[in-house]
Write a protein that binds this ligand. Structure first.
Ligand SMILES: Nc1ncnc2c1ncn2[C@@H]1O[C@H](COP(=O)(O)OP(=O)(O)OP(=O)(O)O)[C@@H](O)[C@H]1O
Ligand SMILES: [Mg+2]
Length: 330
């Protein structure tokens, strides 16, 4: 089944063509990051206006690079929750118009479910059950994925998301938005033990907390006055952010008796996290799946993959499909 995926929940305008929910035929992403960088974060109204300008060209580019015409599309999957409401509405309206005009089934997809399904694009043989660490700009959560229909949240952040913490720390260091990739780059040549930033363990809970780390970074940078090399600050910060993510994910797999671990969301592109997770999974004898960076950050291929199970079962949403700014993943 040829599925057209559409994603406009934040500042990436994306369209993709995916076959049978696992094979990416094209995945076009027009990022607005440069546009929003001057404000240090996404400006919702600006994001919506850019989506209006870019969405149709991006959809046609996705079809063209898949060597297909709209006639070949058999279903449409669109992110309809959660996200910036104005931004979501652009993608959902376009998806409805195409579905109506071409008489195609349409399904609304939860953005985080999209991140989760990026793992099936990276590893089509990934079997249930598995533990997924969802780490993105707005979410940090450990999910036990039991089947396409059933999943259970084991823990989540009690304050900042990991990606948000990366971005805030980067901003304090004077790095451009979004800061996560810059911290990653600097950390590669820094000393992770130079500064003992705090790790929040929260007892036996699978919850996370990153606000203490953010405050510790702020205090350190205020008193340090730029004496410590940025590489060492980045490496020490990254180590403190990554350690609870890895340890709790492994413990979640061991506690539930699950043999496979997956990582998804923008922060899954972090090389420090990937390296630490790889080592921990090897030691614990667990299978690890981490999608390539292009499938970790926001993209429409993961939305098509997440919509595929329902479309393949012959299900669809009505054209009255609504958009929602927030909704928990469960
Ligand atoms: N290499 C990296 N290292 C650390 N963080 C990274 C890296 N690459 C991207 N990120 C972070 O990932 C986040 C963006 O991820 P994503 O696009 O999934 O988030 P979002 O869509 O804004 O939020 P959500 O998916 O929760 O709604 C940003 O915080 C960014 O800094
Ligand atoms: Mg995202």
């Amino acid at each position: 089944m040829i599925i057209l995926g559409i994603e406009t929940s934040c500042d990436e305008t994306s369209a993709a063509v995916v076959a049978d929910g696992t094979q990416v035929l094209s995945n076009v992403v027009a990022s607005q990051a440069d546009l929003h960088a001057r404000w240090g974060g996404v400006v919702p109204e600006v994001a919506s206006r850019k989506h209006v300008e870019r969405l149709l060209p991006v959809i046609f580019e996705a079809l063209e690079s898949a060597n297909l015409s709209l006639r070949a599309v058999e279903g449409i999957a669109v992110t309809n929750r959660p996200g910036l409401i104005g931004a979501l509405l652009i993608g959902v309206t376009a998806a409805k118009a195409l579905a109506y005009g071409w008489k195609l089934p349409l399904v609304g997809v939860h953005h985080l479910e999209g991140h989760l399904y990026s793992n099936f694009l990276a590893a089509p043989d990934l079997a249930f059950p598995f533990i997924c660490l969802l780490v993105s700009g707005g979410h940090t959560e450990i999910v036990l994925v039991e089947s396409h229909e059933q999943r259970r949240s084991l823990g989540r952040t009690r304050d900042d998301a990991a990606g948000e913490c990366f971005d805030k720390c980067a901003r304090l260091m004077g790095l451009p938005y979004p800061g996560g990739p810059h911290i990653d780059r600097l950390a590669a040549s820094g000393d992770p033990q130079r500064i003992a930033f705090p790790r929040a363990w929260l007892g036996d809970s699978f919850d996370f907390s990153f606000s203490g780390l953010k405050t510790a970074a702020l205090r350190f940078l205020e008193t340090d006055g730029g004496r410590t090399p940025q590489e060492d600050v980045a490496a020490s910060f990254q180590a403190a952010a990554v350690e609870p993510l890895v340890r709790k994910t492994i413990r979640a797999a061991q506690t539930t008796g699950v043999r496979s671990v997956a990582v998804a969301g923008g922060v899954a592109a972090n090389r420090g996290l990937a390296q630490a997770m790889r080592q921990a999974c090897e030691e614990a004898g667990l299978r690890l799946v981490i999608p390539p960076p292009s499938l970790c950050t926001d993209n429409a291929a993961m939305i098509a993959a997440a919509g595929a199970p329902r479309l393949l079962r012959g299900e669809s949403d009505p054209l009255s499909l609504d958009s929602f700014a927030s909704e928990p993943v469960g």
